[in-house]
Design a protein around this ligand. Structure first.
Ligand code: PMP
Length: 424
């Protein structure tokens, strides 16, 4: 495998290169990549190129401009198919994000499939996007939600898989990697157990897709979902991979143009073939066309040794944080990707995040759209550093220096206030 050159990778992202890369406080240190990644110049150029040269609707008109837009649009579908190794092109459905992909499956498949008392199994560490659509479905159908626990390292605990995923289970949905815990879940075992009881499996790959090569056929899952914006692509573009036979058996999610074969007031409307049956209305054409550039970038990165560099970032940052006595990690052990959740003893997460922001360091604080997980861990929220391979060790050094300074200053201030209160 050829070496990965982080600075060469970084150079492709204009937002990170507005100034000369130094560790001065005027640089943006972007450590919120799990929320969304920065966009490469190729992605930005591709989107602009479409509007400047090819702007037309897709799949509709016979004119040349539409034919060109349709060709480019479908080329991205092909790129996604190859990227996740799906068997058929029509197994790739465009949505506006991972959330919409999950809602689509819940409504199109779940509403017909579930009866009162049937069970949907989720994990304790899911993002709201992989909880709420199932709660809505459970409310509509009378199905019941069961929860797989997590262990002390933050990984889905599969010790009692057989007693939780049973013949009553109709759907199993869990994240490949949690957006708070950064651990790779044993999804192969979960998918196999789902299959053994004839349950449908859906994997939320929103956090995994930019870090792990995904092979949906090898995984054997029924559905795999992700968003383009978490893998250097545009916002408003999502993917639903679904097994062809299942997608064919499902009714449409939304109605509108493009998803039909014929519409009449006198006979039933007939629906289009896959994948168009699930793509009502004008899609995010420019975003989908530009997404191809992000896939190309990722493919190149994966052929280089990007994984070792990500591991280096993860362990460097984790070890450095562990040296700060006030740091409390949310789960034990170093995460599998460079995504670390922690809090600072006796400090409010938002205060730390705002103080870091004043040093131009962007990271996330809050419940991270995982309130049930926060409830389980009996915390209100936490801080999250999520790194991408354009981040550097020098940025981590700067972040740690600032964090130490903030913690010391705020601790001194707290001590002063407490002493003042006590002496009053
Ligand atoms: N699942 C996980 C694990 C996520 O991290 C996110 C985004 N934070 C989502 C689902 C939802 O993705 P989107 O908002 O792009 O639909």
């Amino acid at each position: 495998m050829s070496p990965f050159f982080p600075l060469r990778f970084r150079q492709q992202f204009p937002l990170l290169n507005q100034r000369e890369h130094t560790t001065s406080a005027s640089d943006i240190i972007y450590f919120d990549n799990a929320a969304t990644t920065q966009k490469s110049q190729q992605v930005i150029t591709a989107q602009q190129h479409y509007y400047l040269n090819n702007n037309a609707n897709v799949h509709r008109a016979s004119h040349q401009l539409s034919a060109k837009a349709t060709f480019d649009f479908e080329q991205t579908r092909l790129a996604v198919q190859q990227f996740i190794k799906a068997k058929y092109l029509e197994e790739i459905i465009w949505t506006k994000g991972a959330s919409e992909s999950i809602n689509l499956v819940a409504q199109s498949l779940g509403r017909n499939l579930l009866k009162p008392g049937d069970e949907i199994v989720l994990s304790a560490s899911e993002h709201h996007a992989n909880i709420v659509p199932w709660q809505i479905l459970a409310e509509q159908t009378g199905a019941v939600i069961k929860v797989l626990p997590i262990n002390e390292q933050g990984i889905i605990n599969i010790t009692n898989l057989e007693s939780i995923i049973t013949t009553k289970t109709k759907i199993v949905a869990c994240a490949h990697i949690s957006n708070v815990l950064g651990r790779i879940n044993p999804i192969e075992k979960i998918i196999a157990r789902a299959r053994a009881v004839n349950a449908i499996s859906l994997i939320d790959g929103a956090q995994a897709i930019a870090h792990l090569p995904v092979n949906v056929q090898a995984l054997g899952c029924d559905f795999y979902v992700f968003s383009a914006h978490k893998m250097y692509g545009p916002t408003g573009v999502g993917v639903l991979y679904g097994r062809k036979a299942l997608l064919e058996s499902m009714s449409p999610y939304q109605g509108g143009g493009e998803m039909i074969k014929s519409v009449s007031f006198n006979k039933p409307t007939t629906f289009n073939d896959l994948p168009f049956k699930f793509e009502a209305g004008t899609p995010n054409i420019s975003g989908i066309i530009a997404f191809k550039a992000a896939i190309t970038l990722m493919k190149t990165a994966f052929t280089n040794d990007i994984h070792s560099y990500e591991q280096q970032l993860a362990s460097y940052c984790y070890q450095a944080l562990a040296q700060i006595p006030q740091v409390e990690f949310i789960v034990q052990g170093q995460p599998d990707i460079a995504l670390i959740a922690f809090s600072i003893k006796d400090h409010h997460n938002h205060d730390i995040a705002s103080a870091l922001d004043s040093y131009n360091i962007a990271l996330r604080s809050g419940h991270h759209c995982a309130m049930p997980l926060m409830e389980l861990l009996t915390i209100n929220g936490c801080l999250r550093v999520s790194l991408a391979p354009y981040n550097t060790l020098a940025e981590i050094d700067y972040f740690i220096r600032c964090l130490k300074e903030i913690v010391t200053t705020q601790t001194d201030a707290h001590t002063e206030i407490n002493t003042e209160i006590k002496t009053k």
